[in-house]
Design a protein around this ligand. Structure first.
Ligand code: F6P
Length: 367
């Protein structure tokens, strides 16, 4: 077993509630359980490339459990394996991963704990394959990493989206409107599906289930015939518009996943207003879903993941990630976690349950 004395930690990708809970757990358990030093690298992999860091003491992580964001800063565009170099002939990309690994060696860091989603953990996996001592921790509001039942951050985002639906219900009902809520989740429909069930959405549109406007129109008119004068529609940002594909908001150069989705809420609202005799409005929840204090579940999960990640580092279990399976925290290979996106099963139990309580997905043929 390798002797680990000094642990590094960084937070990559988009921020989310629970990052500070993991940082706190790593630092406290490093100091209390193992007597180790911890260095935080700032702004994700940029901190490794540019050698920007800070020592993390017990006091530094006191009182951060409930704070959203990350005390280390984050970046979702710095990939050491593909650094953009701007020259007279345009932009080319270079592999600077050796430089990043040298930063660890120069400071005697024996293990690097990387908190991130699909993009960050794919980079972490590449470092592990190069022989860099890396452990991952599964973070993302999108809940789209394989091998773990859930990622930390998802529960908080789901709670915020649910509360948004609760609030939209009242205006939809008072004004007899259709209200469309666009939520994040990239190409997975977890936030839309689960917040939609929890918040009593009437229509849930997700990337995994192609929808048709005619089907939506019929469903909403049928609700009207039953005396329902308002409807709530939840749409995941990655849901393709029928015949039009995903709605892209912008492209971010240098990002592992450059496409930023957004805009399907307004497209759906516009189409529904043309098809139905109702006033239709839309709300884009955006980064509100990533902000604020983590839920108790994310605080607990983040703490469990942090302690488990530190334990994996002490054991020299490089290239692994703690994962929640059932009620147990287990170690899984990073490569397996990022091998494929975990998306909603259109034939799965959650979708079936939603249909059983009358939720419409827009793919219904016979109404
Ligand atoms: O992966 C988390 C996430 O919030 C996605 O749900 C969303 O598509 C993306 O990040 C937004 O990224 P940015 O903050 O760069 O716009």
């Amino acid at each position: 077993m390798p002797l680990v004395r000094h642990v590094g930690i960084l937070t990559g990708g988009g921020d989310c509630p629970g990052l500070n809970a993991v940082i706190r757990a790593v630092v406290k358990s490093a100091i209390l359980d193992h007597g180790l030093r911890v260095t935080g690298f700032l702004d994700g992999f940029a901190g490794l490339l540019e050698d920007r860091r800070c020592e993390l003491s017990f006091d530094d992580v006191s009182n951060i459990l409930t704070q959203g964001g990350t005390i280390l800063g984050a970046s979702n565009r710095d990939n050491p394996f593909r650094v953009p170099i701007h020259g007279p002939d345009g932009v080319r990309h270079e592999d600077h991963s050796d430089r990043a690994a040298e930063t660890l060696e120069r400071h005697g860091v024996d293990a690097l704990i990387t908190l991130g989603g699909d993009g960050t953990l794919s980079i972490a996996d590449r470092f592990a394959r190069k022989g860099v001592p890396v452990i991952g921790v599964p973070k993302t509001i999108d809940n789209d990493l394989s091998e773990t039942d859930v990622t930390f951050g998802f529960d908080s985002a789901r709670a915020i989206a649910t509360e948004a639906l609760d609030r939209l219900h009242t205006t939809a009902a008072s004004h007899h409107r259709i209200l469309v809520l666009e939520v994040m989740g990239r190409n997975a429909g977890w936030i839309a599906l689960e917040a939609g069930i929890a918040g009593g959405g009437d229509v849930i549109l997700i990337p995994e289930i192609p929808f048709h406007y005619e089907s939506l129109r019929e469903s909403i008119l049928r609700r009207t015939r039953r005396g329902r004068r308002s409807s709530l529609v939840v749409v995941a940002e990655g849901t393709p518009s029928p015949g039009g594909g995903s709605v892209v908001r912008k492209l971010v150069e240098g990002s592992h996943e450059p496409v930023r989705l957004g805009g399907i809420g307004s497209v759906v609202a516009g189409e529904l207003e043309n098809l139905l005799p109702f006033e239709v409005r839309y709300v884009v929840l955006g980064h509100l879903q990533r902000g604020g204090s983590p839920t108790p579940l994310d605080r607990i999960l983040g703490t469990r993941f942090g302690v488990a990640a530190l334990r994996a580092a002490v054991d020299g279990a490089w290239g692994t990630m703690p994962a929640l399976q059932g009620d147990r925290i287990v170690r899984v290979p990073l490569a397996d976690a990022v091998a494929r996106l975990k998306t909603v099963d259109p034939e799965g139990e959650r979708v079936a349950v939603a249909r059983s309580v009358g939720v419409v997905f827009g793919d219904e043929r016979r109404l």
